[in-house]
Design a binder for this molecule. Structure first.
Ligand SMILES: NC(=O)c1ccc[n+]([C@@H]2O[C@H](COP(=O)([O-])OP(=O)(O)OC[C@H]3O[C@@H](n4cnc5c(N)ncnc54)[C@H](OP(=O)(O)O)[C@@H]3O)[C@@H](O)[C@H]2O)c1
Length: 377
């Protein structure tokens, strides 16, 4: 909420920025690795133009809104969810276009930490005599672009964990079989999530036991990279995953002692085998995630199994969870559960989810939310 007692904010700022946030969100899945951005132009307390960054490489939100106006009326205010850019990227700088348009006031939800912007857009507008107010619905703007901010500020993708489990918390039966726990309707939702991901990662055991295809069916907005987290390069070259390397990128993230013959076999199948030199798993995770972030991977879906997800959880590397609970029981102390790492010591340390959404999908319950610790980082 904007504090209208603050001299720089005026009544109505929150409402107009709220609309800009809604517009921005329509770009989800299309804009990455760019941020989602929305913009409205207001005159006489009425919205006269709207814009959003529709897709990567396309016009920025401010330009889209400005282009809808033949002339910009005197004393118009522009609301934008992220600091306007001031550099030549895929498109010319927005700060220049705003200055040329004659806009007199710009309300910005949050600064852009992207190093080529980082306050430069605000400075340019201010030096052109434009009145600037920063921080209106800042929290909402941060939440909107949490994946983008994670990549820019922490050099790693935003990590979503997904699993399907029985009512008694099992992600497979005691023989390791997990097809199918959740309903077809739930699985359709999983494919919709996959369709806006940059990458999907599974553990080596899941690759071996389930032989999954990490494809999106039907195809989604983007084609994710398939990743197996596999120290010893044990992925079967005849697996569905390795064979899919002809169609889309498959990465085997292997450790320093991976067998050379296995590596060669996977490379012959067209897989990218990334040999990570770090012996320590956490260091290896971090260097791998940095490698992905450098390639522009903004959203990474970790689909299990429990050992991989458990270790990510222990390292606070899960940012968001998508959980499907089916009304059936599997039992068995040897049947795997979703987070098999060390876990928290005391229940008071259990990590709550915020931005919680709970829905019934046929007879399943679908819960998704963001890890509370993510907000504290
Ligand atoms: N219901 C569901 O949603 C669902 C989803 C996926 C899987 N599953 C089920 O889960 C089962 C497989 O799960 P799983 O737990 O046995 O295996 P997994 O998580 O698929 O594989 C173990 C993974 O943990 C990694 N690992 C081991 N120690 C680690 C450490 N200290 N730090 C970081 N990573 C570490 C291993 O890497 P290295 O190879 O490098 O050692 C490997 O990638 C199967 O039964 C499958 O059907 C269910």
């Amino acid at each position: 909420m904007c504090n209208s007692m603050e001299p720089s904010f005026v009544t109505g700022d929150t409402i107009f920025m709220q609309r800009a946030v809604e517009l921005a969100f329509q770009g989800e899945g299309f804009t990455e690795p760019n941020p989602m951005v929305g913009c409205v132009i207001v005159h006489d307390r009425k919205i006269i133009a709207e814009g959003l960054h529709q897709k990567f490489g396309g016009a920025h939100a401010e330009i889209e809104a400005l282009q809808k106006l033949e002339t910009v009326p005197e004393n118009a205010t522009l609301y934008v969810t992220l600091e306007p850019c001031c550099h030549h990227g895929k498109t010319p700088p927005c700060s220049e276009a705003i200055i040329k348009s004659g806009i007199k006031r710009v309300v910005i939800a949050m600064r852009d930490p992207f190093p080529k912007v980082a306050g430069g857009g605000i400075r340019e507008l201010e030096s052109a005599g434009i009145k600037i107010s920063v921080g209106c619905l800042e929290k909402e703007a941060h939440e909107l672009n949490a994946p983008y901010l994670m990549r820019i500020e922490n050099q790693r993708p935003w990590i979503l964990a997904k699993w399907a489990m029985t009512l008694d918390g099992k992600i497979a039966a005691r023989n390791g079989s997990s097809y199918w726990i959740s309903s077809e309707a739930s699985r359709k939702i999983v494919h919709r999530i996959r369709g806006r991901m940059d990458a999907i990662m599974i553990g080596s055991n899941t690759a071996r036991l389930d032989d999954p295809q990490l494809t999106v069916r039907p195809p989604g907005i983007r084609t994710p990279i398939s990743i197996v987290w596999d120290s010893k390069a044990t992925l079967n070259p005849e697996s569905k995953l390795a064979c899919s390397a002809n169609d889309s990128l498959v990465i085997a993230a292997v450790g320093p002692y991976a067998d050379e013959k296995n590596i060669t076999r996977l490379r012959k199948k067209g897989c990218e085998v990334l040999v990570l030199p770090e012996k320590d798993y956490l260091e290896r995770f971090l260097s791998f995630f940095k490698n992905l972030a450098d390639r522009g991977v903004t959203n990474l879906l970790a689909e299990g199994g429990g050992t991989l997800l458990g270790h990510l959880f222990d390292q606070k590397l899960i940012d968001e969870c998508h959980i499907f609970i089916a009304p059936k029981l599997a039992g068995g102390q040897n049947a795997p559960s979703p987070l098999e790492g060390l876990g928290v010591e005391k229940m008071m340390d259990a990590v709550p989810l915020n931005r919680l959404n709970i829905r019934q999908i046929e007879n399943d319950i679908y819960i998704h939310g963001r890890m509370q610790y993510a907000a504290q980082r």
